[in-house]
Design a protein around this ligand. Structure first.
Ligand code: AMP
Ligand code: MN
Ligand code: MN
Ligand code: MN
Length: 283
C-alpha cells in the first residue's frame, strides 16, 4: 500500500506476540516505518522498553494499548493511543483487566477439563510467563500436550466462543473505558469492527464517545475498509490502522510494513491527543 508510514496495531511478548518490544522496534525501523504503537492486550508494560530501544533511531513511538471491554454481554477491543502512561485511573483499569484475564483463563481451563483435556491454570500461567494471559497461551499449552497441532486448530476446536460457552464478562464496560482513556489524555478507537457489528450496534459504540475507527486491519476487505472510512467521515472520527502484528510467523509478516496509515493521519491523532491533554488540565 503506497504511503504507509505508520503501524498502530502491534503485539509483543508482554501479551500474546512472539517478538520482544526491542525486536519489534528494530524490525519496524528496518522496514522504514516512521511511527509505530505497541498495542498489547490490556498492558502497557512493553512501552518503556520499546521507547529505550527506539532512542537514537528515526522511529517514533505513540503510547498504545488494546483494551478488552464489555459491550452488553460481549467482549470488544478498544485501542487507546497517546495517553499519559502514568495516569492512575488507566493503570488501575489495566490492573483490573490483568485479574479479569486470570479469572477468565481459570474458567476456560475448567471447561476444557470437563471436556476431558488435561491441563492446569499453572501451566497456562507459566506459558504466559507471568504476563497477561491470553487465549493463545492456552492454545500453546494444548499444542505442547499434543491435543492440537496449531493455534488455528486450538481456536477452531476449543477456544472459540461457542466451544467455551457463555461466560461472565469480567472486564470494564466500553463506556467506562472510553471515559478513563480520555481522562488519561488519550484517544479511544474501536478496533477492527469489520463485520462484527450491525449498523445499530456500531451507532451505539460511536455514541460511547470514541474518537476513531480502525478502518485498516488485515481482517478487513478493501470494501469494508472504505465503508468504515465513510462512517468515520460522517461522524467526524479519526481513521486508524495497522497490521495487528503478533510476530515471527509468515502470516503476520505479510502485513508488517505494508498495512498501516499515512503520517498525515498520525498527525491528526497526535493533535487531538495534545488538545485533550490541554483541555483536561483546565477542568
Ligand atoms: P483473548 O484476548 O484472550 O480473547 O485472545 C484473543 C487473541 O487470540 C487475539 O488477539 C488473537 O491474537 C488470538 N486469536 C483469536 N482468534 C484466533 C484464531 N482463530 N486463530 C489464532 N489466533 C486467534
Ligand atoms: Mn492477540
Ligand atoms: Mn483485537
Ligand atoms: Mn490486536
Amino acid at each position: 500500500m503506497a504511503g504507509v508510514k505508520a503501524d498502530l496495531h502491534i503485539h509483543s511478548t508482554v501479551s500474546d506476540g512472539s517478538m520482544s518490544p526491542e525486536e519489534i522496534v528494530s524490525a519496524a525501523d528496518q522496514l522504514q516505518l516512521k511511527t509505530i504503537a505497541l498495542t498489547d492486550h490490556d498492558t502497557i508494560e512493553g512501552i518503556e522498553t520499546a521507547r529505550r530501544a527506539a532512542d537514537g533511531t528515526d522511529l517514533n513511538l505513540i503510547n498504545g494499548v488494546e483494551i478488552t471491554t464489555a459491550f452488553a454481554d460481549r467482549e470488544i477491543h478498544l485501542l487507546a493511543y497517546a495517553f499519559n502512561r502514568s495516569d492512575s485511573g488507566l493503570n488501575e483499569y489495566l490492573q483490573d483487566h490483568n485479574q479479569a484475564r486470570f479469572k477468565r483463563a481459570k474458567v476456560i481451563v475448567r471447561r476444557l477439563n470437563k471436556k476431558g483435556l488435561n491441563l492446569t491454570i499453572d501451566e497456562v500461567y507459566a506459558e504466559a510467563n507471568t504476563k497477561n494471559i491470553c487465549r493463545p497461551h492456552i492454545a500453546s499449552v494444548l499444542i505442547s500436550k499434543g491435543y492440537v497441532a496449531s493455534h488455528k486448530e486450538a481456536f477452531i476446536r476449543y477456544l472459540n466462543d461457542e466451544a467455551i460457552g457463555k461466560m461472565e464478562v469480567f472486564y470494564h464496560t466500553i463506556q467506562d473505558v472510553v471515559e478513563t482513556v480520555k481522562q488519561a489524555g488519550g484517544i479511544a478507537v474501536i478496533a477492527h469492527p469489520g463485520r462484527m457489528f450491525d449498523t445499530k450496534e456500531l451507532e451505539e459504540i460511536i455514541a460511547t464517545g470514541i474518537d476513531g475507527i480502525e478502518a485498516v486491519h488485515p481482517s478487513h476487505s478493501y470494501k469494508i475498509q472504505k465503508e468504515l472510512e465513510k462512517l468515520a467521515k460522517r461522524h467526524n472520527l479519526l481513521v486508524t490502522g495497522g497490521s495487528d502484528f503478533h510476530g515471527k510467523t509468515k502470516e503476520y509478516y505479510r502485513h508488517f510494513g505494508t498495512l498501516g496509515i499515512t503520517s498525515r493521519k498520525v498527525g491528526k491523532i497526535k493533535r487531538l491527543a495534545a488538545y485533550r491533554k490541554k483541555s483536561n488540565s483546565f477542568v
